[in-house]
Design a binder for this molecule. Structure first.
Ligand code: NDP
Length: 240
């Protein structure tokens, strides 16, 4: 039996590609999602990967969701904190709700999922925690103070927990993708999209499967000497 992996936001976009790639690599995968039952059902039908619905921004719901995954699939050995949203506005127009929604879904969620699994990983002497950050957490982007704060915060979390976990067989890494073709970009106008692509040296958006390759690489038992790092995958748009 393969190692057990939980992918949050694992039913659509990058998360779905990650869940599928981990399954292909032999992992026993569970996929979480937040509200889109239809997409989750279609994903489950296509992949046979079990899906679990809870709000990653809610601590109690996350604790319970993880208990359910562990009862059904097994103790979580690989955690991919992928679920995320954006609510863009210039700060002078941003509402407290837009700020709060992004911080709780993109940053609180990482605590909410990691806290319930960390002791099990420490006891078993093995764990892989992979946090999906963003190019915008590295370089900043106008209209995204909430998102950039959350995604940069996640890199700090990654480094601190990597130090705490290094002697316990647990690695903690972040991946910072550039712009990837998913529904997260659905609200971006054609004009802005053209300007984004013009800033990518490789000359195109990324594919979710390309990010998934990075996750499979970091999740591997053989990647045990990589911890606290941020793997940048962005077509050359920002070099860190
Ligand atoms: P999508 O919008 O395509 O998918 C988001 C996934 O997260 C869905 O499965 C969604 O579930 C889930 N989700 C959202 N909110 C919650 C919640 N509160 N609780 C549980 N699950 C939730 O996003 P992407 O695939 O584009 O993005 C995935 C990650 O990658 C995000 O963290 C994003 O910030 C990051 N990223 C994306 C980039 C891009 O260009 N696309 C670039 C850099 C980083 P449901 O289907 O139920 O809504």
């Amino acid at each position: 039996m393969g190692r057990v992996a939980l992918v949050t936001g694992g039913t659509r976009g990058i998360g779905a590609a990650v869940a599928k790639a981990l399954k292909t690599a032999g992992y026993n995968v569970a996929a979480n999602y937040g509200g889109n039952d239809e997409a989750a059902k279609a994903f489950n039908k296509e992949t046979k990967i079990p899906v679990f619905k809870w709000d990653v921004g809610d601590y109690a719901a996350s604790e319970q969701g993880i208990v359910n995954v562990e009862n059904e699939v097994g103790p979580i050995e690989v955690l991919v904190n992928n679920a995320g949203i954006s609510r863009d506005a210039m700060l002078q127009k941003m509402t407290h709700e837009q700020w709060e929604q992004v911080i709780r879904t993109d940053l609180d969620s990482v605590f909410n999922q990691t806290r319930p699994v960390i002791n099990g990983m420490r006891e078993r002497g093995f764990g892989r925690i992979i946090n999906i950050s963003s190019i915008n957490g590295q370089k900043g982007q106008l209209g995204l103070t909430n998102y950039c704060a959350a995604k940069a915060g996640l890199i700090g979390f990654t480094r601190a927990l990597a130090l705490e976990s290094a002697r316990k067989g647990i690695t903690v890494n972040a991946i910072a993708p550039g712009y990837v073709k998913t529904e997260l970009l659905a609200g971006v106008s054609d004009e802005v999209m053209k300007s984004i692509v013009s800033q990518i040296p490789v000359g195109r958006l990324g594919e979710a499967e390309e990010v998934a390759r990075c996750v499979v690489f970091l999740a591997a038992d053989e990647s045990s000497w990589i911890t606290g790092s941020t793997l940048t995958i962005n077509g050359g748009q920002f070099m860190d």
